[in-house]
Write a protein that binds this ligand. Structure first.
Ligand SMILES: [Zn+2]
Length: 220
């Protein structure tokens, strides 16, 4: 597992710092937030608080896997931070994290991401939601799915039968006919990543739209 600071914008007040913990397969799995207050009357004294949690929506089945992966690290961090006499400076925290901080990861917000909803022709509810991104690995596809899960679950409350996929960055190829994209279904269930051409993605999604409200069979 690797660790990196969260988006610096989140830390703009200078007193709260976040770290994201990343698994090579599952993507970002957990987060540590540290907040430190300076005592105005006595600048030498500080108080702090920290919070560790696994990432993801409670309904997302991947959240349990992320939690299982992160729990022992979270326990270790909690033990280390609780053993400190005080949370003084953020340097203290980053120095004692028991993990490899050298790994560079592309932050999610740099990833091109675009969503497309396809409506059922019969009931006009969302039948398919597609999340296009430049995710290159399974871990990055999981990141996009985790970020999109709440929106998909909310849309699904309007009507059953919604299917959602993440589409990653195309693999390099010689011609247009040979362009393949990693595709992972993540709603209503997760499915393994598969490589599809643009045409196959169109076939896959239009079939799912047609399945949303199958034609009524009238029996005589
Ligand atoms: Zn429908």
């Amino acid at each position: 597992m690797s660790v990196r600071p969260t988006d610096p914008e989140l830390d703009r007040e200078g007193q709260s710092h976040g770290y994201l913990f990343r698994d090579t397969v599952l993507g970002d799995v957990g987060m540590l937030l540290v907040r430190i207050w300076m005592d105005v009357k006595n600048p030498a004294a500080t108080t702090g608080f920290f919070h560790v949690e696994a990432l993801g929506e409670p309904d997302d089945p991947m959240t349990a896997k992320r939690k299982a992966c992160f729990d022992s690290v979270a326990d270790e961090i909690t033990a280390v931070l609780n053993a400190l006499p005080a949370l003084n400076t953020i340097e203290d925290v980053s120095a004692i994290l028991p993990l490899d901080t050298s790994t560079t990861v592309r932050p999610l917000h740099y990833r091109r991401q675009q969503s497309k909803d396809l409506l059922c022709a019969k009931c006009h509810q969302d039948a398919v939601m597609l999340y296009y991104s430049d995710a290159r690995s399974t871990a990055e596809l999981y990141d996009v799915a985790r970020h999109s899960y709440a929106a998909v679950a909310l849309a699904s409350e309007m009507g059953a039968g919604l299917v959602a996929w993440v589409v990653g960055e195309e693999t390099t190829s010689l011609s247009d006919d040979e362009r393949y994209f990693p595709v992972m279904q993540f709603y209503p269930e997760y499915a393994p990543v598969r490589m599809y051409s643009k045409q196959e993605i169109a076939q896959l999604t239009s079939a799912a739209v047609r399945r949303h409200c199958p034609p009524t069979i009238v029996s005589h």
